[in-house]
Design a protein. Structure first.
Length: 219
C-alpha cells in the first residue's frame, strides 16, 4: 500500500486516540471538581443535581460519537482494502474504459461509441494531442454500440506518429438536435495506483479512475 494511504489512515487513527485522551482528561477533571463541590456545598442549600447530570450525559454522548467515528474509519479501511484487492485481480486483463482517448500503437487504435437513438447524421473526428483533426469520416447511425478502428492514417493517407488520440463524435437527429454519444476504449490494465484515496488503474494511455472501468474482459 502506498505511503499516502498509510499516512491518511494513521492520521485518522491518531485523531481518534487524541480525542479519547482529551475526553478522559476532561472527565477526570470534571469528577475532581464535582467531588470538591459536593464536599464543600452548603448543607442548607445543596447544589442542583441537574447540572452535573446533564454534564455526565454530554460526556457520554461525546464518547459515543468518538466510538462511532472509530467504527466508520474501520469500515472505510475495509472498503479501501476490498477495492484494492479487486483492482489487483484485473492486472493483465483488457478493460472497457469510459474515455475518448486511445493510444495509437503499431498502426492501430480502437474506440467504441454508443448512441441512445438512431441519428440522422454522425461525424467521426480523430484529433491528435494538440487538438488538430487528422481524420474525419461518417459514422454509423443506428442506436447502440459501434466500433471505430483506426489504422493510424490521416485523411490524406499519411501515417501518423504513435501517441494519444481523441475521438470526437458529433451526432444529430432528423430535427438537427444534437445526440450525446457515450465513448469508450479497450485497453489492457498494466498496473494499479494506490497513491490516492481510491485505487486507479494504469493502462498504456495513462491513469484512469476505477469508476470509469465499464467492463473487464478475460484474455
Amino acid at each position: 500500500m502506498a505511503v499516502d494511504t498509510i499516512n491518511t489512515t494513521n492520521t485518522a487513527q491518531s485523531g481518534n486516540a487524541l480525542s479519547r485522551a482529551s475526553l478522559a482528561e476532561n472527565f477526570d477533571t470534571f469528577l475532581t471538581l464535582l467531588t470538591a463541590q459536593l464536599q464543600n456545598q452548603d448543607p442548607l442549600s445543596p447544589m442542583d443535581s441537574n447540572q452535573f447530570t446533564q454534564q455526565l450525559v454530554q460526556f457520554s454522548q461525546v464518547e459515543q460519537q468518538i466510538a462511532t467515528n472509530e467504527r466508520l474509519e474501520s469500515m472505510i479501511d475495509q472498503s479501501k482494502a476490498a477495492a484494492a484487492g479487486s483492482a489487483l485481480s484485473y492486472l493483465g486483463n483488457d478493460a472497457v474504459i469510459a474515455s475518448d482517448k486511445s493510444l495509437l500503437s503499431d498502426d492501430a487504435a480502437v474506440w467504441s461509441y454508443s448512441l441512445p437513438e438512431t441519428a440522422s447524421t454522425v461525424t467521426v473526428e480523430i484529433r491528435d494531442a494538440t487538438g488538430r483533426t487528422v481524420l474525419t469520416k461518417t459514422g454509423d447511425l443506428g442506436a447502440g454500440s459501434h466500433l471505430v478502428s483506426w489504422d493510424g492514417r490521416n485523411s490524406q493517407g499519411v501515417a501518423q506518429p504513435d501517441g494519444l488520440y481523441q475521438l470526437v463524435i458529433t451526432a444529430k437527429d432528423s430535427a438537427g438536435e444534437k445526440i450525446s454519444a457515450d465513448i469508450s476504449t479497450r485497453e489492457t490494465i498494466i498496473g494499479v495506483d494506490f497513491a490516492s484515496s481510491s485505487p486507479k488503474v494504469l493502462t498504456n494511455s495513462g491513469t484512469h479512475e476505477f469508476s470509469t472501468v465499464r467492463a473487464i474482459l478475460n484474455n
